[in-house]
Design a protein around this ligand. Structure first.
Ligand SMILES: [Zn+2]
Length: 244
């Protein structure tokens, strides 16, 4: 009788420990679920900003290229104009008809090229104007997106930091409680908790409150008296009575 009572107390003590363990595990599970969910949202929010930044970077590159081409063409144009000026002066002092013809031909070609360059410069100016407008719009949209997403990003980062800080001692507490279970109970707990974070189920009125299936009366009685660890025949959870 003495030893039976002792073993009953032992099981009830283990159930008490399991309840504590269940509460810590549920808390931890909730934290881990939240920690799992947030990185996805963060990557969506950051991705929205990043995609505008990428288009903006591409436009900046195109603007730099167009600017560079325009500068080169302007340099080329001024060199050609200088050449034309000098050649026109030379033309006045040429003695032979042949030389005159040759220089005249070069001049015509240079002037024709100048017109072409001017057209290319005009085209680039138009392109630069369009790029400038597009860049302005993108900068505005980047500003808006950043302002829109920044508070949520900051909030999430704060929550993640807080949860990570809280989860560590919670895990330690869970492991410490689990470490205090008897080897027999621990092995049942380890088996169930490897599959689900809810390893405990209340037995009430001959029913399992986790899966709502009936528990045979004899088995229910064993749960009530705390004679041994009883698992629900349907969902496998460790059964306990709230008032036991
Ligand atoms: Zn059940």
């Amino acid at each position: 009788m003495q030893s039976a009572e002792g073993s009953e107390n032992g099981i009830l003590e283990q159930i008490k420990r399991l309840k504590e363990l269940q509460s810590v595990s549920s808390e931890l599970h909730e934290m881990e679920e939240t920690l799992r969910k947030y990185p996805e949202e963060l990557s969506v929010l950051n991705g929205e900003i990043k995609s505008v930044q990428e288009i903006l970077a591409e436009k900046t590159l195109q603007t730099e290229d167009a600017d560079k081409s325009k500068s080169l063409l302007e340099k080329d144009l001024s060199e050609k104009q200088l050449y034309i000026g000098k050649a026109e002066e030379r033309l006045l002092n040429i003695k032979t008809h042949r030389e005159y013809e040759a220089l005249q031909k070069e001049l015509t070609e240079a002037k024709r090229r100048c017109i072409e360059i001017e057209e290319e410069i005009l085209e680039l100016m138009g392109k630069l104007e369009t790029l400038g407008a597009e860049t302005g719009e993108l900068e505005q949209s980047l500003k808006e997106k950043t302002e829109q997403n920044a508070p949520r990003i900051e909030e999430i980062e704060k929550v993640i930091g807080k949860l990570e800080t809280e989860a560590a001692p919670c895990r330690e507490r869970r492991d410490s409680i689990a470490g205090g279970l008897s080897p027999e109970v621990h092995s049942v707990y380890a088996k169930i908790s490897g599959k689900t974070h809810i390893f405990l189920a209340e037995a009430r009125s001959e029913m399992c409150m986790n899966c709502n299936m009936n528990i045979p009366p004899q088995m229910f009685n064993e749960v009530l008296t705390g004679a041994k660890i009883i698992q629900c025949p349907n969902c496998n959870r460790i059964l306990h009575c709230e008032n036991a």
